[in-house]
Design a protein. Structure first.
Length: 46
């Protein structure tokens, strides 16, 4: 059973939004935050 806060979160966002956020979280954890930011910005150093 979902807590009230979790239900509100799910009501405000689509499943696709949640899936995108989880994919980004996985990429950040795999690449490291610095490398993830560099790849998003298209730069070699920050």
């Amino acid at each position: 059973m979902l807590k009230k806060d979790e239900q509100i979160f799910l009501d405000d966002y689509s499943i696709a939004d949640v899936e995108k956020a989880l994919k980004i979280k996985i990429r950040v954890s795999e690449m490291g935050a610095d490398n993830f930011i560099k790849s998003c910005l298209g730069v070699e150093s920050i």
